[in-house]
Write a protein that binds this ligand. Structure first.
Ligand SMILES: [Zn+2]
Length: 309
């Protein structure tokens, strides 16, 4: 057993305009920070059509394919761009998350970190949004439920932004618990505590700007961990954004790198208690390159330590 690092060079080919926070260097800095670590390096495949179609209608998938430019860049909304390499990158991101689920559920690896971009947790059923094209982690959750036949999957999203896309894609699925902690108010403006979904399987935890380690940890101890434990998932998926770090330029939470170590350890504890340690982490945001690289390395160090047992 070991920890898988799942990525693909195609994910460096998704190019945003100069000055855009979701930049190629995010992934290259993370991969550099993970060099030399005891990881099983796995190539992210292209996502299978069936996997994408579990969460997005065919017309949407085709509209994203049709939008991909042959040269230059196209803008899908205020924040979301595609370059000639973006489609392959997004297909690798979703395919990598699916492969991670396969490897962890088959026991080949204890846990996995999917280091891909573009991120996915803002992509709604029929709307690209917030740097995201496809709902990567929702694709992985559905694959675990439908293809592998798991009874329950929990998705925990500690990116500083509300995982509106994941919520949109999973709220009708009673076998999926979706928990999102996020700064509020902050873009995209959703994720209030009263958004609980038609089956009560959505838990939103808005955090006031300026919330630091203590408030974050208290929220997780009091609300997140008991809820995940009560759900007794067969697999835990983490939407791993590092933009709640105090150095991040897009938000105003005040987490330290050690808080990402802490939350990763506690999620691994929950995975140990409920699902034989099975945890798949997918990269979402994080826009200060130094904090991002340091935090991702700290997160992966925990996965390695816990996966080696
Ligand atoms: Zn974010």
């Amino acid at each position: 057993m070991s920890t898988a690092l799942i990525t693909h060079p195609d994910c460096l080919g998704h190019e945003t305009p100069p000055g855009h926070p979701e930049q190629v260097a995010r992934l290259s800095r993370i991969l550099k920070a993970l060099e030399g670590k005891d990881l099983a390096r796995v190539t992210a495949p292209m996502v299978a059509e069936d996997d994408l179609l579990r969460v997005h209608p065919r017309a949407y998938v085709e509209s994203i394919r049709a939008a991909a430019p042959e040269t230059g860049r196209v803008q899908l909304d205020a924040d979301t761009w595609m370059s000639p390499g973006s489609l392959a990158a997004a297909h690798r991101a979703a395919g990598g998350a699916v492969r991670a689920v396969d490897l962890v559920l088959s026991g080949v690896h204890a846990n996995a970190f999917v280091a891909t971009r573009p991120p996915g947790h803002h992509a709604e059923c029929e709307t690209p949004m917030g740097f995201c094209l496809f709902g990567t982690i929702a694709v992985a959750a559905k694959h675990a439920l439908v293809h592998h036949g798991l009874a329950r999957v929990a998705v925990v999203d500690f990116d500083v932004h509300h995982g509106n896309g994941t919520q949109d894609l999973l709220e009708d699925e009673p076998r999926a618990l979706f928990v999102s902690s996020h700064q509020f108010p902050l873009w995209p403006g959703t994720g209030t505590a009263d958004e609980t979904g038609p089956h009560g399987t959505i838990l939103n935890l808005p955090l006031a700007p300026g919330t630091g380690s203590e408030g974050f940890r208290r929220t997780y101890e009091e609300k997140v961990f008991p809820r995940v434990a009560a759900f007794a998932p067969d697999l835990i998926l983490a939407s791993t954004g590092f933009d709640a770090h105090k150095a991040d330029p897009l938000a105003e939470l005040r987490l330290e790198t050690g808080d990402f170590t802490w939350v990763t350890e506690r999620l691994c504890d929950l995975a140990d208690e409920h699902c034989d340690g099975r945890l798949v982490s997918c990269l979402e945001g994080g826009y200060d390159l130094d904090a991002l690289a340091e935090s991702a390395a700290a997160h992966v160090d925990v996965l390695i330590a816990r996966g080696a047992g």
